[in-house]
Design a protein around this ligand. Structure first.
Ligand code: IFM
Length: 464
């Protein structure tokens, strides 16, 4: 349900991390969307009325009556109570994929009309909460008109500065805009759809400028310096901007193919994909806090486990089943049963990171249990490799599997019905649906409308 209190990690933690919890919810949506919805409601009640998420949501969270970070005072009451001096750039943006996955799995579009309080008082529909999350980013743009770095983005160790800018967050915002535009059109909110039509291409232009020959840069520091430029002696290639350029739907086909190929070439190891390369040793800046870690550990070039799920998802979205499964296996705890003396961690649980090639202990993993990896990799498997991509109207089936597989079967409960899905791969391809039948009836494309589903629905999908 969330990485929270653990005697293994920090011993004491006085609340839920906003991004962590909103991310973690994603891992169970396909199993029990209504339980997930309860947690989503709770997290939306921890969004401040300015659109930002409370970086830390107290265990005794009092929705509607919470103190909030003060952007002009790093010593605010909230900062003293929680240890979090300011908003982070990414927190509320995680709501978009999570809410979207919930609506897709449940079909419950009315969720957008539910009224939920803000952390500091007042209330709005979920739809309005989401609009405020977009506003939060749009009201805090940096010099390159991308979301400002604020305290940090997903990477706690990367401080780009309050006015710095992160491509990762910009891709999240771009993705959020696509999701909310879909809702706006569906609800007849044409004015808001038109607003997104105006601002999304502008953001796209800023992101286009972040393409550096064969990769996306990691961002800009407050002083305008680029982080993650190809020519940099250290930290010149980062995983997350590449995988998120694909997940967000921003990257062109050429950019996506090139960037993900470079990921494989530069970042892949026998134990998974490194977070960046080369690690910071001599050329770090003050905000690159990860330089205090040994090269190839943790955020300093280690294999950061949670990011593997996004790499799996990105490769799957590109239809690269071989590569998606390669990344899945490399980082899978169960795949290391016979290497326990290398991995050290229990073979049934992810750790936060694995030491990478420069370490004398390459393959050794750390911080077991307390990681978002289970959830992120689950999404990479279910949505990515298995290709179960529900939307409000039904289920898109788009597997990305190793070409060696003859096929596989899925038993899925979906909106009170049971789906038996038989995926056949006679041509030994990695992706692409050649034909599909639903209860024996041929269906065009790879979308199964809910209206075609019966209590027991038999679906046969032929890849090719
Ligand atoms: O994204 C963070 C997470 O919120 C806490 N653990 C480390 C991750 C990467 O820095």
């Amino acid at each position: 349900w969330s990485r929270a209190a653990s005697f293994i990690y920090c011993g004491l933690r006085n609340g839920y991390g906003y991004r962590d919890t909103v991310q973690d919810i994603q891992g169970i949506i396909h199993i029990n969307p209504e339980l997930a919805a309860e947690k989503i409601r709770f997290m939306i009640s921890a969004q401040v009325d300015n659109g930002g998420g409370l970086p830390l949501v107290k265990f005794d969270h009092k929705a509607g009556h919470e103190t909030c970070p003060d952007e002009n005072d790093e010593n605010s009451i909230y900062a003293k109570e929680t240890g979090h001096p300011c908003y982070r750039a990414d927190d509320a943006l995680w709501l978009f994929p999570t809410v979207n996955k919930y609506i897709g799995e449940s079909g419950n579009k009315a969720f957008l009309d539910e009224v939920i309080v803000y952390a500091n008082g007042g209330e709005d529909t979920v739809y309005e909460h989401l609009k405020r999350a977009i506003n939060f980013s749009m009201e805090r743009l940096g010099a390159h008109t991308m979301p400002a770095g604020l305290y940090a983005d997903w990477n706690d160790c990367l401080r780009l500065g309050k006015k710095g800018e992160s491509t990762f967050v910009a891709f999240q915002l771009y993705y959020a805009m696509s999701i909310i535009k879909g809702y706006a059109l569906d609800r007849g909110d044409n004015e808001y759809a038109a607003y997104i039509d105006k601002v999304q291409p502008e953001l796209g232009k800023s992101l286009e400028a972040c393409w550096d020959e064969d990769r996306f840069i990691r961002g800009y520091r407050e002083n305008g310096e680029i982080v993650g430029a190809k020519k940099d002696p250290e930290a010149s290639m980062w995983l997350n901007p590449q995988s998120w350029s694909v997940i967000s739907g921003f990257a062109s086909e050429k950019q996506a193919e090139t960037a993900m190929e470079k990921v494989h070439e530069i970042l892949n190891t026998p134990f998974g994909v490194k977070i960046m390369e080369p690690p910071y040793v001599d050329h770090y800046f003050d905000g690159a806090l990860m330089h205090i870690f040994n090269p190839d550990t943790k955020e300093n070039g280690g294999i950061f486990s949670q990011t593997q799920g996004w790499a799996i998802l990105a490769e799957s979205l590109l239809g690269h089943g071989d590569r998606a499964f390669e990344y899945f296996l490399e980082s899978s705890p169960a795949n290391m049963n016979d290497k326990a003396e290398v991995r050290i961690l229990e073979p049934y649980v992810h750790g936060q990171f694995t030491e990478s090639t420069r370490s004398p202990y390459a393959g050794r993993s750390h911080v077991h249990w307390l990681t978002g990896t289970g959830s992120t990799v689950m999404v990479g498997c279910v949505e990515g490799i298995c290709g179960m991509r529900p939307n409000a109207e039904g289920l898109v089936i788009s597997p990305s599997i190793p070409h060696t597989w003859d096929g596989f079967k899925i038993e899925k409960n979906f909106r009170g019905k049971h789906l038996s899905i038989d995926i056949q791969n006679p041509d030994h391809v990695q992706s692409g649906v050649k034909s599909m039948t639903v209860n024996g009836e041929a269906v065009e494309g790879n979308f199964v409308c809910e209206c075609k589903m019966t209590e027991q629905t038999n679906i046969v999908v032929v890849l090719g």
